[in-house]
Design a protein around this ligand. Structure first.
Ligand SMILES: NC(=O)c1ccc[n+]([C@@H]2O[C@H](COP(=O)([O-])OP(=O)(O)OC[C@H]3O[C@@H](n4cnc5c(N)ncnc54)[C@H](OP(=O)(O)O)[C@@H]3O)[C@@H](O)[C@H]2O)c1
Length: 106
């Protein structure tokens, strides 16, 4: 059975990816910053904040703890969208979108 990891799985497009890939027969591991809200069946859950390098670094260990040795599909869905003028958006969002994780960055 192929294994998929979907970030930002608790809601929105990520949650829909969970449902779709489960229906296609994938073993689906979902990530979220908080607790898994259980809006769809999941084969495993790990906590992940894609804006935090320590959180990202914890991912392999968390996956090993679930017995996941390899991934067949990785969907990097977690994130925020900016609509409208970039200059009108909160600077923190813009930095996050353009630079990725902000902690530990020079
Ligand atoms: N909806 C659209 O029309 C559209 C169009 C183009 C692109 N997109 C992109 O598609 C993705 C999903 O959009 P959506 O509409 O489903 O958004 P959404 O409903 O706001 O959901 C965003 C998801 O990303 C997670 N997330 C946000 N920041 C995170 C972080 N720092 N670390 C880990 N998870 C984080 C949220 O987790 P929490 O539950 O923990 O907050 C949530 O699960 C986004 O990257 C967005 O930019 C969406």
């Amino acid at each position: 059975m192929p294994t998929a990891l979907i970030t930002g799985a608790n809601r929105g497009i990520g949650l829909e990816f969970v449902k779709q890939f489960k229906s296609l027969g994938y073993k689906v591991i979902g990530t979220s910053r908080g607790e898994w809200e259980g809006k769809a069946p999941l084969d495993g859950h790990v906590k992940l904040d894609v804006d935090s390098l320590p959180s990202i670094a914890s991912l392999p260990g968390q996956l090993s703890g679930l017995g996941v040795k390899s991934l067949d599909l990785l969907i990097l869905n977690a994130g925020v969208g900016i609509f409208g003028m970039l200059q009108a958006s909160p600077p923190r969002w813009t930095t996050s979108l353009l630079a990725g994780p902000s902690d530990g960055m020079p």
